[in-house]
Ligand binder design. Structure first.
Ligand code: C2O
Ligand code: CU
Ligand code: CU
Length: 480
């Protein structure tokens, strides 16, 4: 079989005959069910440069009072938030107590190839591996999750993920809101059973469009509420969902500041009223509650958006803020934030074009269903798909002009800049004024990015819709 996946129940033959592909995709994703926003938001504990991460089955409550079996790297869902200084050495011991292989990928950290959690660098059930590297990058928010091919979607969905914050002296000097005024948030959606346990059994429709859930959770809890003072808060958000895109906004329609994205701070703050965030992307936001009357609730919500037929048709709340305390705020928005010197297209030695999306794969001469592909290929761990010269700058173009699904395309080993987007929205998003590692390519769009490749070794690039990735929408590239 091309993917050999046993996880994709109801999908193991990749044969379209007999599959019920319902027409009218827009109505097929589970609609979001809100529960009362009454559970205090929680934050995973913070660790720094060293520690133990054990992938295992644990008990935790996503719904209030409903203890359920999930996966985690510590006592509950998710792993600790890793807060580290640039320039320091990180050494994290990973132990795999699952009954299948796993590993850890550091999404948004520039680590050596042999520490990157490549899908062929697996830790077998019962095994251990120490991930050790020295940080050398700008301040940013990164995250970590498993990366075993065909199992990433399941393991991440059932609870294996965590947040990483890299700090630098330059960023600290900006005096951005910190301590109680800095809130790291991982937003996910889960499909819960009657006991409040996350379930993962994708149908063919789920493989095609991404495994979406009816329950939105933040840092592992549904219906979360956070009390805030009349101050500016820094919300550091990762979309850790398998397939769901959020169009983040505030329920009072107030504008807010976007100050950073995947690779760190933007050159200057961008005032926005909504931020589209696809799986894998991060948004660093400043939200000003100083003019909100004490006693008022403001929701972080997702607005509807156009451009993706399989999702975006529904608005829903994600997290409730209750303003409960008047405080004077010393915060001043800095005029300049991060360094983003444009990579010049003249310095690019090569342009690579990739058609992305559904392509037919044949097996033994038999036509099979269309699979998620890059350049017409599905993932093969032993095949080097692209060879890049160490130190080169290249332009990569992702062409989704014939597709009808959104694809958040992610490169390991480097950050890139988005050059342009043709078709669809025809424009760059505010998040794309900074360094990126994941770029949303909507149906009908061609997106060009530019990157310099400074880490030698074997890496992957893939769609970060985890069902698409597990379906094969991933290729290897080697930097020599
Ligand atoms: Cu967050 Cu290769 O992935
Ligand atoms: Cu990554
Ligand atoms: Cu995709």
């Amino acid at each position: 079989s091309v993917t050999g996946s046993s996880l994709l129940t109801g999908c193991n033959t990749h044969d379209m005959s007999g599959m019920n592909m319902t027409p009218g995709m827009e109505n097929m994703r589970p609609s979001v069910t809100e529960i009362p926003f009454t559970t205090p938001l929680r934050f995973p504990e913070t660790i720094t440069n060293t520690g133990q991460l054990t992938a295992k089955s644990v008990i935790d409550a996503i719904l209030p009072g409903k203890n359920a079996r999930v996966l985690g790297y510590r006592g509950g869902m998710l792993g600790p938030t890793i807060r580290v200084q640039n320039g320091s050495d990180v050494s994290l011991r990973f132990t795999n107590n699952l009954d299948e292989e796993s590993n850890i990928h550091w999404h948004g950290l520039l680590v050596p190839a042999e520490m990157d959690g490549h899908p062929t660098q697996l830790v077998q059930a019962g095994g251990s591996f120490t991930y050790a590297f020295r940080l050398n990058q700008a301040a940013n928010m990164a995250w970590y999750h498993p990366h075993p091919h065909e199992k990433t979607g399941k393991q991440a969905n059932l609870g294996l993920a965590g947040m990483i914050i890299v700090e630098t002296p330059a960023e600290r000097a900006l005096n951005l809101p910190s301590g109680a005024y800095e809130l790291p948030l991982v937003i996910q959606d889960k499909r819960l059973d009657g006991n409040g346990a996350p379930t993962y059994s994708p149908s063919m429709d789920d493989v095609m469009m991404g495994y979406m859930g009816e329950t939105i959770i933040v840092n592992g809890v549904a219906g979360a509420v956070q009390t805030v003072s009349t101050r500016v808060y820094r919300l550091r958000i990762v979309n850790g969902s398998n397939g769901r895109i959020y169009n983040l906004a505030l329920s009072n329609n107030a504008p807010f500041w976007l100050i950073g994205s995947d690779g760190g701070l933007l050159p200057t703050a961008e005032q926005v009223t909504a931020v589209l965030l696809s799986p894998g992307e991060r948004a660093d936001l400043l939200v000003d509650f100083s003019k909100v009357p004490v006693g008022t609730d403001v929701f972080l919500k997702s607005n509807t958006f156009a451009g993706a037929s399989s999702q975006g048709g529904q608005a829903f709340n994600i997290l409730k803020f209750t303003v409960n305390k008047a405080e004077t705020d010393p915060f001043q928005l800095p005029a300049a934030l991060g360094m983003v010197s444009p990579l010049s297209t003249a310095s690019a030695t090569k342009t690579r074009l990739f058609d992305i999306g559904i392509a037919m794969e044949g097996m033994n001469g038999m036509p099979m269903r269309g699979m998620h592909t890059i350049g017409g290929k599905t993932y093969l761990g032993s095949r080097i798909d692209e060879s890049v010269k160490l130190g080169d700058t290249e332009i990569w173009e992702f062409d989704n002009s014939k597709g009808d699904e959104p694809h958040p395309m992610h490169l390991h080993s480097t950050f890139f800049q988005v050059l342009n987007r043709v078709g669809g929205r025809n424009t760059l998003y505010a998040t794309e004024k900074g360094w990126k590692d994941t770029v949303l390519v909507m149906p009908g769009e061609r997106v060009r990015i530019i990157a310099q490749f400074t880490k030698p070794g074997l890496f992957v690039f893939h769609c970060h819709n985890l069902e698409h990735e597990d379906d094969g929408m991933m290729l290897n590239f080697r930097v020599n």
